[in-house]
Design a protein around this ligand. Structure first.
Ligand SMILES: [Zn+2]
Length: 259
């Protein structure tokens, strides 16, 4: 699943999949039909999408309460959870450009899970039952990832092989810091004082751009950002700051405005 799709699932406490054919879900509520009927409907509609068919069947018939489930975004194993319900049906429970899903199970996603990269050689948007070889690989990386994350709060020393994991930690930590910074703020541009809600009304509520004072691209080591490394700006001031390279400081732009 893509990042946004994963976030929709995590935030709703679900794992979902689905398939639409001519704008309609191929099968409706699977709890009302048997697996044989499911196959018959799929065959009648002559849907040539065997991967999706198998994904939906996994969610609809093969996942059981208390099974362990992992979520992936590309090669990133982004989440781990425990299934908490039988399959449910709600068209559009997960929606994104090109994605519309209707079958889901409730999942208790583990908040302490530490994401890592592992190529399972599986397509996007595929639900798989993990064979023992894949489970073993995942478990091994989980242990490693747990150990590496412990470094982050101490001294971060990433060798080449571990770099990709620290990048992941960095991005995650970064998202949390941005969220925190915004929540603690009055959503006002730190340079010009503009507030989107005051100008645009409801649609502008809680909108502001997070600017990295030390640009991420210039980092050699993915050192964790602190909340002071983030400035909140309106898009005009953000554009002006990036008009030169390296970007202007907040103080410099404020000085330019007040001159
Ligand atoms: Zn501004």
């Amino acid at each position: 699943m893509g990042e946004e799709v994963w976030e929709q699932c995590r935030d709703q406490g679900i794992a979902a999949t689905g398939y639409y054919h001519h704008g309609e879900p191929v099968v409706g509520d699977c709890s009302k039909i048997s697996e044989e009927e499911f196959d018959a409907i799929w065959r009648d509609k002559a849907v040539n999408a065997t991967t999706s068919q198998s994904s939906v069947k996994h969610v609809a018939y093969h996942m059981k309460t208390d099974d362990i489930i992992y979520a992936k975004e590309g090669t990133l194993i982004a989440g781990k959870g425990t299934i908490k319900s039988e399959c449910k049906y709600h068209p559009g429970i997960v929606k994104q450009e090109g994605v519309r899903w209707e079958h889901y199970v409730e999942v208790d996603w583990d908040e302490n899970f530490k994401p890592f990269t592992l190529d399972l050689a599986a397509n996007q948007h595929t639900v798989l039952k993990l064979n023992s070889e894949r489970v073993e690989k995942i478990r091994e990386m989980e242990t490693k990832s747990d150990m590496l994350y412990d470094y982050v709060d101490g001294v971060l020393k990433a060798n080449e092989g571990e770099q990709y994991i620290t990048e992941t930690i960095f991005r995650k930590r970064n998202r949390q810091l941005i969220k925190q910074k915004k929540q603690d703020s009055d959503y006002r541009c730190e340079v010009c004082g503009m507030n989107y809600e005051e100008v645009y009304g409801e649609i502008g509520k809680n909108y502001i751009i997070a600017h990295h004072i030390e640009p991420i691209g210039s980092r050699n080591v993915s050192s964790p950002t602190t909340i002071d490394d983030i400035a909140l700006l309106c898009s005009n001031c953000h554009n002006m700051i990036h008009k030169i390279n390296p970007p202007m400081s907040i103080e410099e732009l404020s000085y330019q405005i007040n001159k």
